[in-house]
Write a protein that binds this ligand. Structure first.
Ligand code: SAH
Length: 350
């Protein structure tokens, strides 16, 4: 196993069969060997600075029916909401004062938000905060929409591929949602010039190590600027209510692998990681992650934006949550930075 990790560090990729063997060979000792390297690679590039992104969950309306997701259209028990332009701007204002220089607009695929409406929102944020990055996470749209959003001032886009294996994708989504479309969207986004983030859930139902190896190879091919991964966590009002959750150790292991594969990539310690373990985000940083994404959404809507059960930080003011997170990071020798934290190509030493 250690030779695979050494090879990954020097060549940045393994074959499919090597990835499978490495993932299947995970033990606490091998993990520690990996994390020492992945942590060191992150330290060499980012020092002890952790980038922060302020997450604004602008709508929980969604036309899709992903089997894993709590805000899927067919979940009739969700109290639906959408934020107004003024509410979104006020989240940004609050976030800006707290030191956030990236705003992430995330939501369900809500048909109310036409291109015109998004262009207005993005333009207003761009005008008020010329020094901030605007990240979108709005799901699948066509080329022209993505282009209009980019021209209005958006810089980055997060769209997880969820799983790179067609047959597995179909087990997680209804027949009208296609992996091909998702991959096409990612290529459009890159072509337009966005800094692009993709990613997948670890331990999603029916996932095998072979699927994970395919995910890693897909990411290698795509060369995204950001990769978001987190454990699958069941939501009690979805078809996957009774499925097993993902595994903390395996998620951390994959963070370590991704850091060695793409040394410069922006890699968040996600909310799902913080939910599966009270120190999940710290463990993610120590495995090679370098980004956290605290919530800037108004407190009264947060519990309605529930993708999975027991999501953390439901009732903390943004200021309090940024401060607490900073304390957690300081406790492990890191600190939150107010830098914008764009992707940068550093030379990769051999
Ligand atoms: N509608 C947007 C945003 C999706 S929410 C889009 O399609 O991109 C962001 C991510 O949360 C998803 O891509 C998915 O990987 C993750 N997610 C959804 N449900 C989850 C669950 N039950 N457990 C863990 N992660 C989940």
């Amino acid at each position: 196993m250690k030779t695979f990790i050494d090879k990954l560090q020097s060549e940045h990729r393994l074959t499919k069969s090597e990835f499978i063997q490495l993932l299947d060979g995970m033990t606490p000792e091998i993990s520690e060997y990996l994390f020492e390297k992945s942590r060191q690679v992150a330290r060499a590039r980012f020092g002890n600075q952790i980038y922060t992104r302020g997450l604004i969950e602008f709508s929980n309306y969604c036309k899709n029916n992903c089997y894993y997701c709590g805000i899927r259209a067919e979940n009739r028990q969700v109290q639906r909401y959408r934020l107004s332009l003024e509410q979104i701007l006020s989240c940004c204002e609050q976030g800006y004062h707290l030191g956030f220089r990236t705003f992430v607009l995330q939501g369900g695929e809500d048909p109310y938000f036409t291109d015109e409406r998004f262009v207005e929102i993005i333009s207003r944020i761009r005008h008020s905060y010329p020094d901030c990055a605007i990240t979108l996470s709005l799901g699948e749209r066509d080329f022209k929409s993505y282009e209009a959003f980019y021209q209005a001032g958006a810089n980055r886009y997060l769209l997880r591929h969820e799983t790179a294996t067609e047959a597995h994708y179909q087990k997680l989504h209804p027949a009208n949602q296609l992996l091909k479309t998702r991959k096409q969207c990612l290529l459009f986004l890159k072509q337009i010039g966005y800094q692009v983030g993709t990613g997948f859930m670890v331990g999603s139902p029916y996932q095998t190590t072979e699927h994970l190896a395919e995910d890693l190879l897909f990411i290698w091919e795509l060369k995204p600027q950001m990769v978001g991964i987190g454990p699958f966590l069941p939501h009690h009002q979805t078809p996957f209510a009774d499925k097993q959750k993902g595994n903390l150790e395996q998620t951390l292991f994959l963070i370590g692998i991704l850091r060695l594969m793409l040394p410069n990539v922006l890699l968040p310690a996600t909310t799902a990681l913080g939910t599966i373990d009270p120190n999940g985000r710290e463990k993610g940083i120590l495995a090679g992650a370098n980004v956290v994404m605290p919530n800037l959404s108004p407190i009264d809507v947060r519990k309605r934006y529930t993708l999975y059960d027991n999501k953390i930080c439901m009732d903390e003011e943004a200021a309090e949550s940024r401060e607490k997170l900073n304390q957690r990071m300081c406790a492990i020798g890191y600190e939150l930075t107010t830098q914008r934290g764009d992707y940068q190509e550093y030379p990769i030493e051999k």
